[in-house]
Design a protein around this ligand. Structure first.
Ligand code: GLV
Ligand code: MN
Ligand code: MN
Ligand code: MN
Length: 427
């Protein structure tokens, strides 16, 4: 049975809702991400796709070449020829309290495009020379283990398996344990250049996460990505003396919360002074975390983004100095550790031009937009040509429940993806 993208998104509507935060909480390798993955596998299998889960937990759903096409299963024995494949897809996990579209829209759109392409192949208007594979990447947000795009970093070698496996979540479970729990073998994880060398291009359709297309007057329904801002995450651990809230005089305290709070304001000030930079503290954890306890430690996570990686490095260095001075003033200490850093990515120019052509046929006036958000496409761009299509979000809000896409715009995104894939699959 074929479904349009609105119907596919409708299937997911109730999975992983978070009544406390609003929106959805679907952490990587958690129950809800896995439920969505089961849904994806069932939808892909019902369309005749062959499912593989690779050693890094990435799911690949293959639409092999028909038997009449050159180099197909018919002439090469049982194994279909999966060289020179075109890949599309996205992720199914979310940030805590995230929107419905960030990730799942790219997966649902891939399935909806597949329906259109399979129909074209049946009626003879599509003659593929390449297989298509839909890829679903785990833990894209890094909401559980702290490093975003964990699946694509592992397969490309951007993170070592040793480092990835030692990452822990808020409950202290390691990524190694989470991987084992879903049947993966930690000893087999890591860079997989052979698998990547079989892919000639990766396209990711994604909800637009800023205000370019949704602002007044409304822009086109679909856009193409030019680049991804360099971005990184750093952890600042402010340490002081844990103590009793009632018996410890204000003058006697070494309270790391005071240094951490001042640091949050310093981040806003330093980053605001740097043109084009963004800096966020969205997570802060006092330890032990009791109302009547002066904290002994406060961990603060900093997210910094800027198009120029040298500027990012300078900014983080200045913030480290500010944190040290603020900690000193409270009789506390601070240590900084880098959790991830991804340099600015410029997407493949040839692929972007091809995408613009396809997208222009669906949404005239299409623009090339930089992305302030990170994506698996940005990590894969270091090894294969990648490109991205953005679907208009009228609220301009993302990583929050208000993220939104109109059904008609989602359909435009799918139509553009289908045109782009049809071009690539017949090249
Ligand atoms: C992922 O969406 C990110 O940009 O942090
Ligand atoms: Mn995303
Ligand atoms: Mn996201
Ligand atoms: Mn007491």
């Amino acid at each position: 049975m074929t479904k349009n993208v609105a119907q596919l998104m409708g299937d997911l509507e109730s999975i992983g809702r978070d009544p406390l935060r609003g929106g959805y909480s679907r952490p990587g390798f958690g129950t809800h991400e896995l439920t969505l993955l089961e849904w994806f596998v069932a939808e892909a299998e019902s369309r005749g796709l062959d499912i593989e889960r690779d050693r890094n937990g990435i799911t690949w759903a293959w639409w092999d070449l028909p038997e009449t096409a050159t180099g197909s299963a018919a002439d090469s024995g049982d194994k279909p020829n999966r060289a020179h494949a075109i890949a599309t897809g996205s992720h199914l996990d979310s940030v805590p309290g995230g929107g419905a579209f960030d990730g799942p829209l790219g997966v649902a759109s891939a399935l909806a495009s597949l329906d259109q392409l399979q129909e074209q192949e049946r009626n003879g208007t599509l003659r593929r020379t390449r297989p298509l594979v839909i890829a679903v990447f785990p833990e894209e947000e890094g909401s559980r283990f702290g490093v975003a795009c964990l699946g694509s970093r592992l397969i490309t070698g951007a993170i070592s398996p040793q480092r990835a496996l030692a990452l822990t979540d808020r409950d202290g479970s390691s990524f190694a344990d989470a991987a084992r729990a879903v049947g993966l073998n930690p000893e087999h994880m890591g860079a997989d250049p052979a698998r990547l060398s079989g892919l000639d291009a990766f396209l990711e359709l994604h909800v637009e996460q800023g205000k370019f297309l949704g602002k007044d007057p409304l822009g086109p329904a679909v856009a193409v990505a030019s680049s991804i801002l360099g971005h990184g995450r750093w952890r600042f651990s402010f340490a002081g003396q844990g103590n009793h809230a009632g018996t410890t005089l204000m003058a006697d305290r070494h309270d790391p919360m005071i240094a951490a709070a001042a640091f949050v304001v310093a981040v806003r000030d330093e980053v605001s002074a740097e043109s084009g930079a963004r800096g966020t503290v969205g997570r802060l954890e006092p330890i032990p975390g009791g109302t009547n306890v002066v904290a002994s430690r406060v961990d603060v996570w900093l997210d910094v983004r800027h198009p120029d990686d040298v500027v990012t490095a300078g900014l983080v260095e200045r913030l480290h100095h500010r944190a040290t001075a603020l900690a000193d003033a409270e009789g506390c200490t601070v240590t900084m550790s880098e959790e991830s850093m991804t340099g600015t990515v410029n997407f493949d120019g040839g692929l972007a031009r091809g995408l613009l052509n396809s997208v222009e046929r669906v949404a005239p006036g299409t623009q090339l937009l930089p992305s302030g958000a990170g994506h698996d496409a940005g990590i894969l761009a270091s090894v294969i040509p990648t490109g991205m299509i953005f679907t208009r979000n009228p609220t301009g809000i993302s990583h929050a429940p208000e993220e939104y896409v109109e059904d008609a715009d989602a359909q435009h995104g799918v139509d553009a993806l289908t045109l782009a894939l049809a071009d690539l699959l017949t090249e």
